[in-house]
Design a binder for this molecule. Structure first.
Ligand SMILES: Nc1ncnc2c1ncn2[C@@H]1O[C@H](COP(=O)(O)OP(=O)(O)OP(=O)(O)O)[C@@H](O)[C@H]1O
Length: 675
């Protein structure tokens, strides 16, 4: 505990009850209270006149009280108070509800700052339930804090003020002095003081910049240290075998981007340290073939590979794609999932241990203790963020420092990827296989549903297939949404009665899911009604239409993944987004889908619209929660922090120097909440 730090109950007005509320915000002592940064600020430095107040948004108005009415009881539990105020430009009527205490404290003829939205007509201005500040008391920026029920921003402000006084002179700076000077950063104590109680915007910005820098620096240090550690691991270097037999055996020519990624991966494996590579490519860009080549390369070197997929459907599909490619080249593949029967499983595990199987594909089932390899040399994970760190470590421990290849279909802008996957090298497949056409995307209301059905029927008649995705499995989960089970029945009985309609959802038994996918792949099912279980990875090139019901329910990146299930062959493909939602934000989101099919552009829009916190749960990516930094907009600070982290680790790779003691504590504190 830092010098001067005390339990939160030390503060005036904080007893057991409030301490419990503070605990909900992760605050237990003065230091954690000071680490609870304001969400935003009310700027009292630039009051506007009543007559000149803009019609939208809250503003500070400096005005004097003219008169107050008494309490008016509107109904039980609801009282109204009216206060007339004036400034040089106009009068205004302010209404307060149930806040007798605030109104009583207002003195006639005194000036105050009222912070709220000015409404009403040109001649009669009004404001409802404003925040009130004594004019001249402190016309700075007033911090507004993230709250929990029972704690007000005002109370937190008062507690923070006291905590700052208590901690004065005790706030140590984790950044060495030379670094602060080199990167033009203020001292930590100035930063903490001015993030909470800035006299003006400039001071707040200096403080913010400094704290964002520190946050990003700690994050970079954590990842770079991890990376340095893995670079120090040793593994047997592989021989650079010729990949020509692999390339020649494929039914198509690989794209330049696929070959480049393959070469990068194979080069990594010939070094004496384990590969740690992320292959990132848009939907349908052909990531599986990169994995296939790496598996082939490892097998030629006598090493086994494991491929772990997040769902049984995906594991099965990888098996069905990879086995026919690899087995003619002498690489035997096997599939192990939760539904593999006991006898088959026993036999499979024996062959695996004897080294007769070169590639094991499966779900979590492959990390169980009973699964042992003869010589595991390569681990491929699909969509890494769906696995926890512990699961990954368990899989890795089945070999001696095996190589790692991660495939991700979530397009992340490069700067973000570099931060999130700072411990991984990055290969980007930025080219689609030849002949792919832009998926035509339409957004329609349910009044056009029948026309859409007609459009689908025309394509089914021509021998093509289609998907209809619904948000839910069963009725009753939410009243206005299409449940897949009932909808599939309705479609089969009424609108698509002459066609084969299949159903796929997450609550089905694995065996039935497998059967549905296989029948769809074989063309026995023409129209597949599904929930989002088809979202990632499902590959049926003959399917050309993706219709999504209640499209407003899905995030942009999810819609993109769903749409990516079509347009995987040479035929023109279509995506129909069905939504009756009227909200402007929703319309905007769906329009983005109609405008572009580029996953990276969509991810960027998604980040802009939702913010990185919501994007895909950063914590699942192994990224700590950042309090102030925004990875999208703070890119300049991010590169400064990266530079600083590199400088620190070059001098002190293990962060053992005494001047880095506080940095290490910061890194550990930051990483402790990552899974
Ligand atoms: N170079 C290529 N030329 C033509 N077709 C290709 C090429 N590479 C892959 N394909 C085919 O493209 C389809 C998509 O490939 P794959 O399933 O590997 O994509 P992906 O990157 O895993 O996509 P997703 O993330 O959407 O699952 C498959 O049917 C595959 O056989």
């Amino acid at each position: 505990m830092a010098d001067g730090n005390k339990d939160i109950r030390y503060l005036k007005g904080v007893g057991e009850k409030r301490a419990k509320l503070y605990e909900k915000l992760g605050i237990t002592d003065l230091c954690s209270l000071l680490g609870h940064y304001p969400r935003t600020y009310i700027d009292l430095t630039r009051p506007v006149s009543i007559a000149g107040a803009p019609p939208d948004g809250a503003v500070p108005i400096r005005a004097a009280v003219v008169s107050k009415t008494g309490e008016q009881r509107i109904r039980k539990g609801l009282s109204l108070f009216k206060v007339v105020v004036t400034d040089h430009s106009s009068d205004m009527v302010i209404t307060f509800f149930n806040t007798k205490f605030t109104v009583d404290a207002l003195e006639v003829e005194q000036e105050y700052i009222f912070y709220g939205k000015v409404e009403g007509t040109f001649t009669r201005k009004t404001m409802a339930s404003p925040l009130v500040f004594r004019s001249g008391e402190r016309a700075g920026l007033i911090p507004v804090y993230p709250l929990t029920e029972g704690l007000s921003s005002k109370l937190i402000r008062e507690n923070v003020r006291q905590a700052l006084a208590e901690m004065e002179g005790h706030i140590e700076d984790p950044l060495p002095k030379e670094m602060r000077e080199a990167f033009h950063l203020c001292h930590k104590s100035y930063a903490v003081q001015n993030i909470h109680l800035p006299p003006d915007r400039a001071a707040m910005e200096i403080a913010r910049d400094r704290l964002i820098f520190e946050e990003l620096l700690l994050c970079q240090l954590a990842f770079l240290r991890m990376r340095n550690r893995s670079k120090r691991l040793k593994t047997r270097p592989m021989e650079p075998y010729d990949l020509a037999p692999f390339y020649e055996s494929l039914p198509f020519t690989l794209t330049g981007a696929q070959r480049r990624s393959i070469e990068e991966a194979c080069r990594d494996m010939t070094a004496g340290t384990p590969m740690n590579r992320l292959v990132q490519g848009d939907v349908g860009s052909g990531k599986t073939m990169v994995a296939a080549a790496a598996v082939y390369f490892a097998a030629r070197n006598g090493a086994q590979s494991a491929l772990m997929a997040p769902t049984e459907i995906l594991a099965l599909q990888h098996f069905e794609t990879l086995a026919p490619v690899l087995e003619p080249l002498g690489v035997k593949a096997a599939l192990l999932t939760g539904s593999t029967r006991a006898a088959k499983r026993r036999e499979l595990l024996k062959s695996l241990q004897a080294g007769e199987i070169q590639l094991l594909i499966g779900t979590h089932a492959i990390i169980e203790e009973t699964v042992t390899f003869d010589r595991l040399g390569l681990v491929v994970t699909d969509e890494q963020h769906r696995f926890g760190v512990a699961q990954r470590v368990r899989l890795l421990s089945k070999g001696e420092n095996p190589h790692v290849l991660v495939m991700s279909a979530t397009p992340i802008p490069r700067t973000l990827a570099q931060t999130i996957y700072c411990d991984l090298d990055l290969s980007v497949i930025d080219e689609l296989p030849p002949g792919r056409q832009k998926i035509e995307t339409y957004c329609i209301g349910s009044d056009k549903r029948m026309r859409a059905f007609g459009f689908i029927q025309k394509h089914l008649d021509a021998g093509k297939q289609a998907y209809i995705v619904c948000p839910l499995v069963e009725a009753g989960e939410a009243s206005d949404l299409k449940p897949a089970t009932e909808y599939a029945k309705l479609l089969a009985d009424r609108y698509f009665s002459g066609y084969t309609v299949g159903l796929l959802h997450g609550k089905m038994k694995p065996k039935d899911k497998e059967a549905a996918i296989t029948r769809f792949k074989n063309g026995e099912i023409q129209l597949l009604v599904s929930t989002t279980v088809v979202e990632v990875g499902v590959d049926v090139p003959n399917a050309v239409i993706m219709m999504i019901e209640n499209a407003e329910r899905f995030g942009l990146s999810q819609l993109h993944q769903l749409r990516g299930r079509v347009g995987r062959g040479r035929d023109q493909a279509y995506c129909i987004l069905l939504s009756d939602a009227k909200g402007e934000q929703t319309r905007k989101r769906l329009q983005v889908m109609c405008r572009t099919t580029d996953g990276f552009a969509i991810a960027k829009e998604d980040l802009n619209l939702r913010g990185p916190g919501d994007f895909f749960g950063l914590r699942q990516h192994g990224l700590p929660t950042l309090k102030l930094a925004d990875l999208l907009t703070d890119t300049a600070t991010l590169s400064r922090a990266q530079e600083a982290a590199r400088q620190i680790l070059t001098k002190d790779p293990d962060l053992t120097a005494p001047e880095h003691r506080l940095l290490v504590a910061g890194v550990e504190n930051m990483m402790q909440d990552v899974d």
